[in-house]
Design a protein. Sequence first.
Length: 312
Amino acid sequence: MAAIVVDDLHKSYGATKAVQGVSFSVEEGACVALLGPNGAGKTTTLEVLEGYLKRDSGQVQVLGKDPHHADRAWREGIGIVLQGTAVDPYLTVRETLTRTAGFYPRPRKVDDVIELVGLGEKADSRVNKLSGGQQRRLDVAYGIIGNPRLLFLDEPTTGFDPSARRGAWQMVSDLRTLGTTIMLTTHYMDEAQTLADNIVVIGSGRVVAEGTPDALGGRDTAAAHIRFRLPDGVDPAALPVVTSVDVHGYCTITSDDDVHVLHELTGWSIANNVPLEGLVSSRPSLEDIYLSLVGQDLLAQEPEPQTTGVTR
C-alpha cells in the first residue's frame, strides 16, 4: 500500500512555476529521500504533501486522503521535523515532550521517545541548555511523540558532527523498524545512500530521476574507472590495456568490463613483478550522479518562494 501518491503535481507563484508535473509514490514503511538543489521545488512539494499549501492541479494522496482537505485525525497520523522547532526554552526535555504528547490521542511514551533520540542523559535539562545537536534531536522527538504513521524529516542532521550523524542514522533506522514511513530531505549523499530505499531527484520543478541509491541515473551500469600508479621507470605502454596517465603519474582505465580488465592487469603485475600502487576500481558515486542530474539547477541556485510561513 502506498503512503504517498503524487500524480502530475503543479504549483506556481505568479509567473514562477515552482513545481511542474511532479509524480512519485512512497510505499508504506519505506524511507524515500527527496533530493534537489535550492529552488528545485522540494519545499513546495513537501508543503503540499503536509497540507499547508494548496496545489494548482494534479492529484495527491497522503495516508489515503487529500492533504488539503484532511481532518484532525489525518494530522495526528503525520509527524513533521523542520530544520528548527519553536519550543519553550525554559522547559526541560521531558516537560516539553510531556506537554506535546497531551495533544495526541495515542502518543508514544515520553521516556521511550527520549531514549530513542538519544537524550536520556538530558531528559531533565532545560531546552536552552542543550547543544545544537541535542536540540536537533529534540526536534525529531517533537515530531515523533504523536506516534505518526508518516514522518517528514527535513535535513535532520544539518550541523551534526560525524559521530552525531551516525547516531541520527541509527535513530531513523529504529523508526523504520517500528513501521514508520519516512520522507527525507537531505543535502548529504551518504545520508541518502545509507537511509533511503528509493530516491526522487527534483530539478527545475520536475522529477529528473528516480530509483534506488545504487541504480539511480544508471549508476549500477555506468563504466568503471580503474586507477593506480606505476613505479618510477615503468612505461605505461607496457601495460596489457590502454591507459591514460595524469600529471601525477596515475594511470586511469575506463571500462564496462572491470572484472576482465582487472584480471589482465593483476596477471600482468604478478608476472612482471610490477606493483600497481593504490589500485582501485570504482563506479560513479551517488554524489557524481546527483551533480550530473541537477548541474544546471545548481548554477542557478534561486531559492523557492516563501510560502506558508507556518511555525510547526
